[in-house]
Design a protein around this ligand. Structure first.
Ligand SMILES: NC(=O)c1ccc[n+]([C@@H]2O[C@H](COP(=O)([O-])OP(=O)(O)OC[C@H]3O[C@@H](n4cnc5c(N)ncnc54)[C@H](O)[C@@H]3O)[C@@H](O)[C@H]2O)c1
Length: 273
């Protein structure tokens, strides 16, 4: 039996990257996937891929930072499906903004609005559809929610907030049969990295990827599907006794305090893809 048979799964930010890979994996496991994204055209392309593979999905426009837009999504879910079993709050943005005293207020507000407030809003309006049957919610934090990055305080604040917001949600809904956990990716090769530091072919983008491979114990960046399979574990009954937890999937970065011999070991240069 497939692990998400007869389940309705809503994934925000499923037009590209981790959300897109998760939409494909959830559909392979039998879920009907609602691909909710601000970029409807690309979300429709995800749906097409799912349908070509024999799965069920639909694309719905949502801007998770806007109350009315999230309400519209919830209304659509209520009238189309009645209940929702899995919610993956994955939509997010990231951008460098400089040190705190130079960080643009608008950028801080925007990152908090999409990443943190968007997680709150989507949960607030979709949870009523999960109360009857219970289910699983996966929020997307980051290793950048567990420790900090240079020039990215807005993102660090949003992702740190999501980790503790997840615990609050887990406590609020444990007795209602809704489990709530967060997934904290390390550096994963997605369009978000292109926006943050430039593409693979650009000098800065290449340097960032090489440096990340170097500092990552597993010696490479993660792939979107490697996050999707962790999300599948959290979405399915395989994790039936797990709630209020954050799972870090970062190739081992958060496991050390000092990289030691990794600093002089250049094995990553040959191992990295
Ligand atoms: N890629 C990484 O290294 C990494 C690391 C840690 C955490 N994350 C988190 O993983 C999640 C997915 O990121 P990704 O790397 O796949 O990036 P991505 O840019 O490929 O995907 C993000 C998706 O969110 C959508 N989106 C953006 N703003 C939205 C809005 N207001 N409403 C609805 N949808 C919106 C985009 O259209 C896109 O489809 C994000 O929350 C991100 O912060 C990514």
């Amino acid at each position: 039996m497939k692990r998400l048979e007869n389940k309705v799964a809503v994934i925000t930010g499923s037009a590209t990257g981790i959300g897109q890979a998760t939409a494909l994996v959830f559909a392979e496991q039998g879920a009907t996937v609602v691909c909710a994204d601000v970029d409807l055209e690309k979300a429709q392309a995800t749906v097409k891929q799912i349908e070509q593979a024999g799965g069920k999905a639909e694309a719905v426009h949502v801007d998770v930072s806007q109350v009315d837009s999230v309400k519209q999504l919830a209304d659509h879910l209520a009238s189309t499906y009645g209940t929702v079993d899995v919610l993956f709050n994955n939509a997010g943005i990231d951008q460098q903004g400089g040190k705190v005293h130079e960080y643009p207020i608008e950028l801080f507000d925007q990152i908090i609005a999409v990443d943190l407030r968007g997680t709150f809003l989507t949960s607030k309006f979709v949870i009523p559809l999960m109360l009857k049957n219970g289910g699983s919610i996966i929020n997307t934090s980051s290793m950048s929610g567990r420790a900090a990055d240079l020039n990215r305080s807005g993102y660090n604040a949003a992702k740190g907030g999501i980790a503790n917001f997840t615990r609050a949600m887990a406590i609020d809904y444990a007795r209602e049969g809704i489990r709530v956990n967060s997934l904290s990716p390390g550096t994963i090769e997605t369009p978000l990295i292109d926006t943050l530091v430039g593409g693979k072919e650009e000098e800065q983008g290449k340097q960032f990827r090489d440096a990340n491979a170097w500092i990552t114990p597993l010696g490479r960046l993660g792939k979107p599907r490697e996050m999707a399979t962790v999300a599948l574990f959290l979405a399915s009954d395989d994790s039936s006794y797990v709630t209020g937890e954050d799972i870090t999937a970062d190739g081992g970065i958060m496991a050390y305090t000092w990289p030691g011999e990794m600093l002089i070991d250049d094995k990553w240069k040959t191992d990295a893809e």
